[in-house]
Design a protein around this ligand. Sequence first.
Ligand SMILES: Nc1ncnc2c1ncn2[C@@H]1O[C@H](COP(=O)(O)OP(=O)(O)O)[C@@H](O)[C@H]1O
Ligand SMILES: [Mg+2]
Length: 398
Amino acid sequence: MTKLRVRGLTKVFGSQPRRALELMEQGYQRPEILERTGQLLAVADVDLDIDEGELFVIMGLSGSGKSTVIRMLNRLIEPTAGTIELDGEYIDALSPAGLRRMRQQKMSMVFQHFALFPHRTVGENAAYGLKVQGVGEDERRARAIEALETVGLGDRVDAYPHEMSGGMQQRVGLARGLATEADILLMDEPFSALDPLIRRDMQDLLAELQSGLDRTIVFITHDLNEAMRLGDRICVLKDGRVVQVGTGPEIIDNPANQYVEDFVSDVDRSRVLTAEQVMRAPRRTYRPSDSPREVLEWLDEQEFNGVYVLDDQERILGVARDDRLVKGIRDGVTRVGDLVIEDYASAGPDTLLSDLAAIAAHHTVPIPVLDREGRLLGVVPRARLLGALSNEEVPANA
Ligand SMILES: Nc1ncnc2c1ncn2[C@@H]1O[C@H](COP(=O)(O)OP(=O)(O)O)[C@@H](O)[C@H]1O
Ligand SMILES: [Mg+2]
């Protein structure tokens, strides 16, 4: 369900936006508009549909208009044009009182620099948004403690910010956003100032929190890897315009233009692409009653080491490997089902390529991809995995 619907959202910085809007409508881009009118088109005709419970990432280089977009969502910056609908209510048309209520109850903003109050305790800092909302003292404390527990700081309620590391302070800032129980969290590069290890921790924490909550999060970053790690969907901005919206894998697989392609060329593909996206149908599979000799002949022909034997539910019974088959045939075994080895690794459709690579290192047959019931969906041969990791076109027959 759409939580936030944005149409034609536009911001011109400057005293004569009209002329800039005209040029925008004629398709001119930011640099020409600046040159001709002296007006800065920070955000140009942005449409977004953000679903309830989604972690929606807005990504772009510095100056692409990310902060301006997110600040227009709660009208910290007044749009020059466009509409913003939250749960069917037009935010752009709210009175000052309505706007205050919306900011208190529905949208909470988490900034890049969390700016904790140094003379207030961690608990008071975490409860700050609630105080603004007019929540009573006892409930404020209870909710702040709960939020601090969520970020692993339940025992530091009475500490002061200077007694904590930078990473812990950042957690307090996150707790402050969580404590408000706003439907939507707006996060403007909240982790950009953190060093890489703490940043990873915070990303993991946010991803974990998000999966347990039904909050909608609009998250801004200029870091593609962060976007790919966190975003259910990602919106790529360039010079104030939306260039592409899609899931991480969709964007990597199908960049909308050269700009996006250049952007994604250095992403860590192993942490974005999943088994489902690189698997192919198995060349063939066998049933337990098939003849070991026939299976061995096929393996020889294909120059494969092994093949999967499935039961009638399409679940893997095991691998028929050439060395075992040779020995079994010599011993007079007539059913391949009696020769399979159950020692094989497997992956799920959502397994990341980085994890597949670790499995593949110890695996001589293509890695099977299984659904929840253990049925074979496809296989990932090593060549295909390496191709996908190295950004090469995967040959169709790999
Ligand atoms: N208050 C302002 N007045 C004039 N120009 C601004 C103002 N705020 C931002 N800009 C300009 O608008 C463009 C988009 O800025 P911003 O939204 O902050 O980008 P980002 O957050 O992606 O770095 C930039 O060119 C920036 O210089
Ligand atoms: Mg910014």
